[in-house]
Write a protein that binds this ligand. Structure first.
Ligand SMILES: [Zn+2]
Length: 103
């Protein structure tokens, strides 16, 4: 781990994403070793490494549709602005409940 990373305090989102990644790697490891794969089933010390690589490679593509929708929702419900500003969509003070839920 690099020095800057060791000194950085992870955000709650970063912690959640790391936890989700670990769960994904665990699920991928189990899937690669599934007996239902028959002769294609993988075993051995390399399985966790392959699972981590697969999850790391696939994650941006799996997140893209969700991130696109979140971005569009935040354009409708801006999370920032002056304290007296109101959300242009729901007219609640900024950040509105939708923006708080998405950030
Ligand atoms: Zn709003």
């Amino acid at each position: 781990m690099s020095t800057w990373r060791a000194q950085a305090r992870p955000t709650r989102l970063a912690e959640d994403m790391d936890a989700a990644h670990r769960l994904g790697v665990g699920a991928a490891s189990a899937g690669l070793q599934d007996a239902a794969l028959g002769a294609a089933r993988l075993t051995g010390d390399g399985v966790p490494l392959l699972a981590d690589a697969a999850v790391s490679s696939a994650t941006p593509f799996l997140r893209a549709p969700l991130l696109s929708r979140i971005s569009r929702a935040l354009a409708l419900h801006p999370p920032g602005g002056d304290p007296e500003d109101t959300c242009p969509t729901c007219a609640a003070p900024v950040p509105c409940a939708t923006a708080r839920a998405l950030t």
